[in-house]
Design a protein. Sequence first.
Length: 300
Amino acid sequence: MTRDVKSYVHSIVKQTDCTKEDYDDLFEELFGHVTMIRDEYVDEGYSLEEATDKAMKRFGQEAIIGNELQQSMFPYRRELLYVLAIAGFLLTLGMYMYLLFTMNVALPFELGIGVISNCLILFFAMNTTFRINRRRWLNTALIFHLAVLAYSSYWPINLFYEGHLFFPILMIGVGFLNIGIIFLTALTGPEVGRSAFIHLINIPIGLILSTKALILGFGGMVFGASFLYVIGMGTPVYIWGLIYVIQYKALKRGRMPVVTIALICSVLVVIYSVLSFFFIELTIEGRVAHFLENLIHANN
C-alpha cells in the first residue's frame, strides 16, 4: 500500500530535534512542497497513487532529508555528540584497561553497559538511514548515558582520593557535556517558557545532589561500606526526582500553585543537603544508609 504524503513528511520532521511549534511549522512547509510536486505529476496525467510515489522519490529519502534539516537547524549538534561518544569510549575503555593492568580488577559489566551507552550516542551522531523520533530517543539515550556514567563513577572517584586526576576529570567533563547536550535538545524553541525555567532550576539541583550522594556514598565504600550505603545516601536525589516529576505534571495541567510549592521544596532540599555536610550522621540519608548497611550485615 502506498504511503501518504502526511506520514512521509512526519517521518522527515521526526529526524530533527524540533520542539512542537517548530515541528508543526516545518511539517506544514514540507507538506506544501511535497503536495505541490505531487500535483504537478497529477497534472501530467499520473494517477494520485503514482504521483504520490514519484513526488516522494523526487523529494528524497526521509532519513537523509531529515538529517540535512537537523544539521542546518542545529549546527554543531552532531559534532558535540561525536565528542561525547569518543570521550565516553575513552573513559570506559581507558578505565577498564587501567584497572585490569594496574590493579588486576576486571569490570565486564561496567565495560558492557558503557560501550552500549556510547554506541547509542554514536548512532545518533552518525544516523542518516533509519527513520526515528530523534528528539525523544536522543534524550532517552542521553539520560541512559548519564545514568551509566553515575553507576560507573566509583572507580574514578576512588582514583581521585588516591591522587590520580585524569579519569576523574575526564568523567566530570563527559558528565557536563552530556548535561549540556540535554539542555540543548530539551530547552530549545519558543514554547519552552515556564518549562525551561523548571528544567534550568531542577537539572543543576539534581546534579548537585547526585554529586554529593556519589562522593559521600563511594567515600563510605572506600572505608568498607557496601553499595547499599551509596543507595541510602541517594535519598535526597530520590526526593528531588519525585518533586521534579510533580512540577512537570502540574505545569502540563496548568496548576501553577502546585508548581510553585514544588519549586520551593526543591530549593529547600538543596539547602538541607548543603547544611547536612555538618551533621552527616544525623541526616535522613545518613540514617537510611546506615539502616541498609545494618540490614545487610544482619542478613549475613
